[in-house]
Ligand binder design. Structure first.
Ligand SMILES: [Zn+2]
Length: 377
């Protein structure tokens, strides 16, 4: 306080001296003169406003100077977790005098520095939840039937409940299930899907069907039948584009293929939220695009190439049983061509797997919290 008084006195003296010897530029003299007159003859102070040196009459308040020089800090917004404004212009800006917050009534002293501080955008408060994942979490992309124990750390906006992030924290190594998942791609096929479903039902097997969107649209009853029989139904894209490899599609097209396929399935009541890219073509970008739509990418670990023209049932059985082990995901086909060999191979495949003490399971979605995009409460 004492220091400041000294400096005020000093500045007044300097201003007076400068005026007396008339050694300032004409503009400055004019400004000074106007301040002196406008202030009713009161002394003038030199202060720095937003980096510019100016004169004000003695007794000028911070609010007065702000009005006089048109200083208006920009108000900030309250924004959601994605940076969208929720409430515009509600975080007021402020003035600092000599780097410290000051009230509008503060009387300025010579040498004071006034700084305009815009209101910062303020993000809505966040809520963080830790959820233990009972049964563990499948990998993404998933190649085998295995689950990693751990917990999900979920961060959402407290106002909008929009999802900011979900992170899985493993608490131990992945557990491979004593199970094998049979999966069937490229259906539904009016010719083969009903027969494959009948065989699976006879064998009491739950399997997973990765269906093509436009075929599911054309054969909705087959998808409903799959669901009714306890099968899982996953998304195999809408059009099954193969050239260029699926993961190399332009980003928008890739997202559309996943989203359209999923929409067809949602309308039919299928909710496993699993996506198998055509040809198994994958990339980190594809996994992220699918995750943004709430879907996990599922590939496979055993491919007996039942789709290869001329494949015989015996060969398909042999290739599956030679490769299968705990946790295997086996890719077969119920659509896309003559599937009679696949159909004929099923009983021996199922028996062979069970003889090793392995269960046959349908694939399931990860816990709901694991799914990315929507963040409703
Ligand atoms: Zn396919």
């Amino acid at each position: 306080m004492l220091l400041r008084r000294v400096s005020v006195a000093g500045a007044i003296v300097i201003v007076a001296a400068v005026a007396a010897v008339a050694a300032v530029a004409a503009v400055a003299v004019t400004l000074l003169a106007r301040e002196l007159v406008g202030g009713g003859g009161r002394a003038s102070l030199t202060v720095t406003v937003a980096g510019r040196s100016v004169h004000v009459v003695e007794g000028t308040t911070l609010a007065g100077a702000a009005a006089r020089f048109g200083l208006q800090p920009r108000a900030g917004d309250v924004v959601d977790v994605n940076g969208q404004a929720l409430r515009a212009g509600v975080v007021a800006g402020s003035f600092l005098v000599d780097g410290r917050p000051a009230s509008p009534e503060t009387r300025l002293r010579s040498g004071d520095r006034i700084t305009v501080v815009d209101g910062h955008d303020r993000r809505e408060p966040l809520v963080r939840r830790v959820v233990r994942v009972t049964g563990g979490m499948a990998n993404n992309p998933q190649f085998t039937v295995s689950h990693t124990p751990g917990e999900q750390v979920i961060v959402k906006g407290a106002l909008t409940h929009e999802l900011l992030s979900v992170q899985f924290r493993p608490s131990g190594p992945a557990r491979v299930e004593q199970a094998v998942a049979l999966t069937f791609d490229d259906g539904p096929s009016p010719q083969y899907t009903p027969r494959i479903l009948a065989a699976l039902t006879r064998l009491r097997v739950r399997a997973t069907f990765f269906v093509i969107g436009y075929l599911a649209e054309a054969n909705p009853d087959l998808v409903r039948q799959e669901l009714r029989l306890g099968m899982a139904v996953g998304n195999h894209s809408y059009n099954h584009p193969e050239v260029p490899p699926f993961a190399q599609l332009p980003p928008q097209l890739l997202t559309d293929e996943i989203a359209l396929g999923e929409q067809v399935l949602s309308r039919l009541g299928a909710r496993p939220h699993l996506f198998r890219p055509p040809g198994g073509s994958t990339s980190p970008r594809l996994v992220a695009a699918a995750a943004a739509l709430g879907q996990r990418v599922v590939l496979w670990s055993v491919d007996p190439a039942d789709w290869r023209p001329g494949s015989r049932a015996k060969e398909i059985v042999k290739r599956v049983l030679a490769a299968v082990r705990p946790g295997s995901i086996v890719i077969l086909h119920d659509g896309g061509g003559d599937r009679s060999a696949t159909l004929a191979a099923l009983p021996a495949i199922v028996r062979g797997i069970r003889r090793r003490g392995l269960h046959l399971v349908a694939l399931t979605a990860n816990p709901r919290a694991a799914q990315g995009a929507t963040g409703s409460p």
